[in-house]
Design a protein around this ligand. Structure first.
Ligand code: HGY
Ligand code: MN
Ligand code: MN
Ligand code: MN
Length: 411
């Protein structure tokens, strides 16, 4: 066991590996989508560890999982440390899980060393942060922050046709607590950077001061199915061609804009999906992001205008459905400063930065002063089984988290 209150790195790293084993397919790919059996097993594991650590475990009506270590001032609003344990498809083991397990490790060390917190400390694992199966993403923290009703969240229909409410009930995580009951005095999220900046600059800790805006849409293009061999090229209403034009338009638009805007078409489906039939329908998603709200709006407007032109030019019909829209967020300056000070007090290099990825902190910032701590991602890789962060960096991030939480909780 480490010194007076050091992080137990062996336990933290061991739990990351153990949770990372939950949701492996026959090919070894890790997929732990919200509301799935794998999600249930992951939740069972984490809530068991929370109980082992002496935390009070609660589940709310959209499955958000909380573990609380009481403080001497039970009436005080808790400091909350959170993230998520649901994953994308064929994921790495650190995204989200690291923040939940490091928070749990901090709470457990406080409990083991009798840190005598004034404020309670709550560790949160929010439902469906990734939004891969049920949109919008950051669903659980959005409900907690009052941005989405419980009814709308539970009615969310997954990519496989199930509803979130049915799935949470099926896996035994449709809790009784009303979301938002726990009002944090401050919210902190420790996360892998999922990008190349810290590694590229050789910096150990990122003090995240803002997070870019996110716009998710589903686009459906309707054309005419027809024979691939007999239909002259000029007489087609080819939904597949039109969809492909949108993908290249987005890249050309972003390249020409000279801005940090990013655009991604991550899913695309053709119907009837046959080698010798001109696609009658193309359905795909567009993920647009920018740290600046006006530029994000401009990118959305440019896409809408292009889709109008495309409908006329290709003789197809185009419809769009908004799946998620989150404004850019500026984190709490006082908390960002505390993170910088805590890192430097431990002799760790630190730089301020923007988060390119969405996080539960983006939602919790609506409720309480919030900020994030990043640690380097090797090769900047994430949402990929090659996702990796050096153990020393994982422990360093947890120690910075512990120091900031100790200050905020009066431990
Ligand atoms: O999409 C995101 O940025 C996050 O991983 N949900
Ligand atoms: Mn994440
Ligand atoms: Mn993610
Ligand atoms: Mn996230």
């Amino acid at each position: 066991m480490p010194g007076s209150r050091g992080i137990d790195g062996v336990r933290l790293l061991g739990r990351l590996q153990a949770l990372g084993a939950v949701g492996r397919g026959p090919d070894g790919a890790l997929t732990r989508l919200a509301g799935s059996d794998a999600d249930k097993h992951g939740r069972d594991l984490v809530s068991g560890w929370m109980r082992e650590a002496g935390l009070r475990v609660e589940v709310d009506q959209v499955g958000n999982l909380f573990g609380t270590l009481d403080g001497s001032d039970a009436a005080a609003d808790p400091v909350m440390v959170g993230s998520h344990i649901d994953s994308v498809i064929n994921a790495g083991i650190y995204d989200g899980c690291y923040g939940v397990l490091a928070g749990l490790e901090v709470a457990q060390r406080f409990a083991e060393t009798g840190a005598g917190l004034a404020r309670p400390l709550t560790i949160a694992a929010f439902t469906d942060e990734e939004g891969v199966r049920f949109q919008p993403d950051m669903l659980g923290s959005l409900v907690h922050a009052g941005g989405l009703s419980v009814e709308a969240a539970l009615a969310s229909v997954g990519t496989d046709g199930a509803t979130l409410g049915d799935e949470l009930a099926r896996i035994g995580y449709a809790g009784a607590m009303v979301p938002g009951t726990i009002r944090p005095s401050a919210y902190l999220e420790l996360h892998i950077e999922q990008g190349p900046v810290l590694e590229h600059e050789g910096v150990r800790i990122g003090a995240v001061e803002n997070l870019q805006g996110i716009s998710w849409q589903r686009v459906t293009i309707e054309g005419d199915a027809n024979h691939a061999g007999t239909t002259p090229i000029r007489m087609r209403r080819d939904a597949g061609l039109a969809a492909a034009r949108v993908v290249t338009f987005l890249r050309d638009h972003v390249d020409a804009s000279n801005a940090p805007t990013v655009a991604t078409v991550g899913t695309m489906r053709f119907e009837p999906d046959a080698i010798n039939v001109i696609p009658s329908r193309a359905t795909f998603t567009v993920d647009l992001r920018d740290p600046d709200e006006d530029r994000l709006k401009a990118a959305e407007a440019a896409l809408a205008a292009y889709l109008d032109r495309l409908a006329r030019q290709d003789g197809v019909t185009v419809s769009t459905e908004r799946l998620a829209r989150f404004d850019p967020v500026i984190f709490d300056e006082g908390l960002v400063r505390r993170i910088e000070q805590a890192a430097r007090a431990r002799g760790l290099s630190c730089r301020r930065m923007t988060s390119g990825a969405g996080h539960d902190a983006q939602m919790m910032a609506r409720l309480a002063p919030s900020a994030m701590i990043f640690v380097p991602s090797v090769g900047g890789i994430s949402h990929n089984p090659k996702e990796f962060t050096e153990p020393a960096d994982l422990v360093a991030g947890a120690e910075v988290l512990m120091d900031v939480v100790a200050e905020l909780c009066g431990g």
